[in-house]
Write a protein that binds this ligand. Structure first.
Ligand SMILES: [Zn+2]
Length: 112
């Protein structure tokens, strides 16, 4: 089976930086960090729109997972090549999260 794994990880500094920049929009980032923050921002914003409080300690954890899911849909919808492989060749795109604390990789239930 051909497989694409989108692997997020706990304590992700890029996602934390995105949360910080939404709380403090004036914060200055290097252009390369700003680029990454801009990619992640929609995932964090969608959680806030869904009512997750930005002071919530779970926001980072939830944003890590949401960002994996967002990346999975981008891969399967925006790439004609991958879309074709999923439809015709049984390619699977799955999401998972790597815990830096335990070393465990937890695969999410739903794939695309
Ligand atoms: Zn990271």
């Amino acid at each position: 089976v051909q497989l694409v794994v989108v692997l997020g990880h706990s304590k992700c500094g890029a996602i934390q930086a995105t949360i910080n920049s939404l709380q403090q929009p004036s914060a200055d980032h290097s252009p390369s960090l700003q680029f990454i923050v801009d990619q992640i921002k929609p995932s964090v914003e969608s959680l806030k729109e869904a009512g997750v409080d930005e002071k919530n300690a779970d926001l980072l954890q939830q944003a890590i997972r949401t960002n994996v899911q967002t990346s999975m849909s981008h891969l399967s919808q925006d790439s004609q090549v991958l879309k074709e492989l999923v439809t015709n060749k049984g390619l699977r795109i799955v999401g998972a999260e790597y815990s830096l604390d335990t070393g465990v990789v937890e695969f999410f239930d739903a794939d695309l």
